[in-house]
Design a binder for this molecule. Structure first.
Ligand code: ADP
Ligand code: MG
Length: 326
């Protein structure tokens, strides 16, 4: 790389530390979680072609690389502390690095999560971030939110709206067309997801389980069902839709909302008596929260039951891609 490895780090990533005991520049960074707290740790990799298109704006890519990691902290109810960045770059492209670091560090500052270290190497563009957060020990009664806590009778909720990122992907695949303003809106959902950190923290001691929706509602709900040993009923007509999604054909809506992916909303459960506390958590975090179904005993079929507003069963095969395409 023409710009040396250490100059590159100094120019784009090294800034004065704020909360960490020691940041970039030594062999390890040092973090000091508050007494009574546990470290919450997660790691996500973004690979060009697989997780993002080569044409993406570098600033948005920087935002998204950190956002998907912060979303994992949010799902556990953890407060962000710090992150590390392992970066493989084909070359030291200063325009790319300038935009990428701007988007990355803006979200880092906005979420109180500082960059404390990393690794930089030449190679096909690949971004791997590890995040560190803190969450109270379970003994406090409001420990980390887990996938395993859902119980029969709990209500099922989701934050924000679902499916817009998938709708944007379909536009790029050429299967759907949208007017300019609608495309901008869904593209923003895909490229600038907002991690639900404040909501996750507000749900500690309120929600019984949580996960972030990264692989699609049904796929991520399957993880909760499996880890909790329960079944679920989803009322498909209650799924929260954006203004753009609301005017799409029903089959496309269902495909995008139920199996879309890249939503980074929180899917969580709570006992019925926590309904007021759930609404208060959404208000406090400034994020809409919608009840979309309930948790039941584990059904033999092992599939989520989908029902419409009339209580009629909705078939899963109605979700296939070809179905709305034809
Ligand atoms: P080492 O070889 O001891 O792991 P390096 O020479 O690779 O350390 O990195 C020097 C310092 O710069 C370390 O503190 C490391 O954490 C940090 N660093 C390297 N790459 C990045 C990056 N992309 N973002 C932030 N910090 C980085
Ligand atoms: Mg190194």
């Amino acid at each position: 790389m023409s710009l040396g490895e250490f100059d590159l780090i100094a120019r784009y990533f090294d800034r004065p530390v704020r909360r960490a005991a020691l940041g970039i520049g030594d062999d390890c960074a040092l973090l000091t979680p508050l007494p009574g707290m546990q470290l919450a740790v997660s790691c996500d990799m973004l690979v060009e072609g697989r997780h993002f298109l080569p044409t993406v704006d570098p600033e948005r890519l920087g935002h998204k690389a950190l956002a998907v990691n912060l979303s994992d902290l949010a799902a556990c109810g953890a407060e962000p502390l710090a992150f590390t960045l392992a970066l493989a770059l084909p070359r030291a492209d200063e325009a790319f690095l300038e935009g990428f670091s701007r988007g990355l560090l803006a979200l880092a500052d906005a979420s109180g999560c500082e960059l404390v270290g990393g690794d930089t190497t030449r190679g096909p563009l690949n971004i791997c971030i590890s995040v560190f957060g803190q969450v109270p020990l379970p003994a406090t009664g409001s420990g980390a939110l887990l996938r395993s806590g859902a119980r029969p009778g709990d209500d099922l909720y989701v934050s924000g709206t679902l499916g817009d990122a998938r709708l944007a992907l379909e536009v790029f695949r050429g299967t759907v067309s949208l007017d300019g303003a609608s495309l901008d809106a869904v593209r923003k959902a895909m490229e600038l997801p907002q991690p639900r950190i404040a909501l996750g923290m507000a749900l500690r001691g309120v929600a019984s389980s949580a996960i972030d929706v990264s692989d699609g509602l049904l796929g991520d709900l399957a993880h909760v069902r499996q880890r909790s040993g329960v079944g679920a009923v989803v009322e498909v007509d209650k799924l929260p839709l954006s203004d753009v999604m609301r005017v799409q054909p029903l089959n496309l809506q269902r495909l995008c909302t139920l199996s879309g992916g890249d939503d980074y909303e929180l899917l969580f459960t709570a006992p019925a008596e926590q309904a007021v506390a759930v609404a208060a958590a959404g208000d406090a975090a400034g994020v809409p929260v919608t009840r979309i179904g309930r948790i039941i005993e584990r059904p033999d079929a092992g599939r989520v039951q989908l029902i419409d507003a009339q209580g009629r069963s909705v078939q899963h095969d109605a979700l296939s891609f070809d179905h709305f395409r034809t």
